[in-house]
Design a protein around this ligand. Structure first.
Ligand SMILES: [Zn+2]
Length: 110
């Protein structure tokens, strides 16, 4: 629930900044590592906006796979699980380059 609340706060600020009256849609990028469950995030969001000025807004969640770069051979790769290993040299010496955190990528307002 707290993630949905945080998103809502950002949205309210953005709306104010742009003098927007109505929020149509919001796209959120959720990294695999952020442990966000898209369906439950959408549900929380809908519950939170009900009865507010953001009522009726649609939340779309895009799941971002985990991406990393191998320190041993330099290969960049992605993983759809939480097990991370370089597919080229099978090294486990890597840095995560994407797929962490959650952020708003786009909003559609009136
Ligand atoms: Zn490697």
């Amino acid at each position: 629930m707290s993630i949905a609340e945080a998103i809502l706060e950002i949205l309210k600020e953005e709306m104010q900044k742009h003098g927007a009256k109505r929020l149509r849609r919001v796209w959120v990028r959720a990294g695999k590592l952020s442990m966000v469950v898209p369906d439950s995030l959408r549900f929380c969001f809908e519950v939170l906006v009900e009865g507010t000025e953001l009522r009726g807004a649609e939340l779309l969640v895009e799941e971002i796979p985990l991406k990393g770069r191998c320190h041993d051979c330099g290969r960049e790769f992605e993983s759809h699980t939480y097990v991370f290993q370089c597919p080229q040299c099978y090294g486990v010496n890597y840095e995560i380059t994407d797929g962490q955190g959650i952020y708003i990528s786009e909003i559609e307002i009136d």
